[in-house]
Design a binder for this molecule. Sequence first.
Ligand code: FE2
Ligand code: FE2
Length: 261
Amino acid sequence: MIKILFIGDIFGKPGRKVISGLIPQIRKDEQIDIVIANGENLAGGLGITPKTAKQMFDIGIDVFTSGNHLWDKKEIIKILPTEKRILRPANYPPTVPGNDFYIFETSKNIKIAIINFLGRIFTISVDCPFRTADKYLEKIRSETDIVFIDFHAEATAEKMAFAWHLDGKVSAIVGTHTHIQTADERILPQGTAYITDVGMTGSHDSVIGIRKQDALARFINRIPARFTPAKKNLKLNAVLITIDEGTAKAKSIERLSIPFE
Ligand SMILES: [Fe+2]
Ligand SMILES: [Fe+2]
């Protein structure tokens, strides 16, 4: 059995604090084989930097998925061509910097493919995630049947449809991007673990990670305002998924929302 811990968008320094405080122990207690996290908000809530990524790799995150905010901090562009553990959504144009999929090998030599896609509703126009996913699966099959997907998308219907499209073809599909954890985790009939959104790791005394006063000013005044990550009511939002390595089917999915401090 393979145990995957997937962590929802880590938001700024408060989010990184939760990771440092909780992940080493959870990793040990639960005997996790791989820790995957969405890192698009790792640095100041917008983007990811080489320094913040390294800090998280050292603590025990194995692979980062991302989303629309991956390129917000310019320093990351330099390392994306060589740092294969930071993924960009695979349905962006192929000329965009960032790795499109990653094959991780566990300590028991089991290969897990990790891919990230961006949804197209209320986001930006990118290649069709459905057809792009089909193409990638053909390519990855020769390496492994165990496939984990982070679908970074806004609309719940698009996420659910994507999961039905791939049920039985991949081991797990988790949603990210809204920063709000949904309570619909389940194993679909053909053996794919699914949740619409894993949520956000950081301050929950906030508007999706941002200080309430900053977000309110933007909504009420309708002009751009500076965003600062909020600091209180810290929580880890994650899912723990087990997969049968013989069949590549999911056996369980458990939703985690753990307060920190
Ligand atoms: Fe995010
Ligand atoms: Fe996002």
